[in-house]
Design a protein around this ligand. Structure first.
Ligand SMILES: [Zn+2]
Length: 252
């Protein structure tokens, strides 16, 4: 079952590529159909097969030979792998299947937001706000963790804290990050939201130091925070329980 959901993730990944490209440009995500961004060649069904079509076409448009970014198959593969992991770990802990669907949507939107933030330094409201709403609604309607009230309090707590930081230090954090972290709180509850923000900040700081040392970024140059928050959220969603168990065993 998880393998089927993983394969389904490849297809969703292909759709996320469209979202990542079109949402920041304010374009419709349904029409026109997928096409080469260089020559407008409309993609046929077999050219839409995730990952495989990229390999068969050797990373080039069949019509104009324009190179296709390796990021397209990478996003598809990433989505497939994360969908597989999300569902296998969900089945393992016997969570309600409606929760699984909710978590898959969460993971998918996090992937889209991460790449949009990398490209544009923005986390669009059209994605973060519905994600927040869905997280809250799901927690209230579907039995399991977090419960509705935990979800609401985590969203308010995490969002409120980030809003405070954004008001004090607007260069360091945008309102997009505030909305993203509130949505993460809604989906993850407490203490998972705390773990995900900690992991995201920690990995983000390490990555920032790495980029400075290797000269890929200069000091005070903007580094998007969204992808690291999203990474923290996914790690926390998939392995939060184990990470807390390791931590407590280590502290004792
Ligand atoms: Zn083309």
């Amino acid at each position: 079952m998880s393998i089927i959901i993983g394969l389904f993730g490849l297809v969703i990944g292909s759709f996320l590529n469209v979202v990542i490209y079109r949402v920041p440009r304010g374009e419709s995500i349904v029409s026109p159909g997928s096409h080469c961004t260089a020559c407008g060649h409309a993609l046929r069904a077999w050219e839409l097969i995730p990952v495989l079509s990229f390999l068969i076409q050797k990373g080039k448009c069949r019509q104009c030979q324009a190179p296709i970014s390796w990021r397209y198959p990478a996003v598809e593969l990433l989505t497939g792998i994360l969908f597989f992991l999300t569902s296998s770990l969900t089945f393992h802990s016997q969570i309600d299947s409606a929760r699984l669907v909710l978590n898959l949507v969460f993971v998918g939107v996090l992937i889209a937001l991460s790449f949009i933030d990398l490209d544009t330094f923005r986390l669009p409201d059209v994605l973060t706000l519905p994600l927040l709403g869905l997280g809250l609604l799901g927690a209230f309607l579907i039995p399991g963790n977090p419960t509705g009230w935990e979800s609401l309090l985590s969203a308010l707590g995490a969002g409120g804290l980030f809003l405070l930081i954004a008001l004090i230090y607007p260069q360091g954090m945008g309102l997009g990050d505030v909305k993203l972290v509130a949505a993460m709180g809604a989906f993850l509850g407490f203490p998972a939201i705390f773990l995900s923000v900690f992991l995201g900040s920690f990995i983000g700081a390490l990555a920032g130091i790495f980029l400075l040392i290797t000269g890929q970024k200069r000091f005070r140059q903007q580094i998007p925070f969204g992808p690291y928050l999203a990474l923290g959220a996914i790690l926390s969603l998939l392995w939060g329980t184990q990470i807390f168990e390791w931590y407590w065993a280590w502290v004792r």
